[in-house]
Ligand binder design. Sequence first.
Ligand code: CU
Length: 182
Amino acid sequence: MLGKQAFLRHSVFPQAGGTRSTRPSVIRRRGTGLASIWRYLLAGLGLAALLVGVLAVVYLTAPQSAQLAGPDVSRTKKTDNGLYMASFVPERGVVRQGELESWLLTLKTKTGASVERAAIAISGGMPQHNHGLPTSPQVTDYLGEGRYRIEGLKFTMSGWWQLRFAISSGAGSDTVLFNVVL
Ligand SMILES: [Cu+2]
């Protein structure tokens, strides 16, 4: 009896084994198909991660260059029509928020000659806040060699300020805008 069963199992087994041996190969083919999809997915994820990394680097470096390209805070400038060279410096050397200050404006012609007896009108404000100057700064003294003292400047808040000078002299009328960032 046992021998017969064993024989039957042995006789059946090759067929069953045969069918089993074909099934794993199908599964294996499916398996390799899935594996290649996963490989593509992983490659895609890798590329996406790389892209995110590149974008992060661009994003992190961009604000710095944007700040550099932002308001031109240079204190020496050619006037808008090129008639004068204007230099604008705080008389104490430092700018303090909320304090009345005096600044010196030095005017030279294109050829470097001092500009004497210029009429200077000052206006300005904060372009991002849409308000003007809290005070009315004016030229109070001429110090010679093209230097004019401007008193009554007050920066009441931190941020981006603009100061526009309208200059008139024998050399003509011109304007210049200075940016002050506190
Ligand atoms: Cu403001």
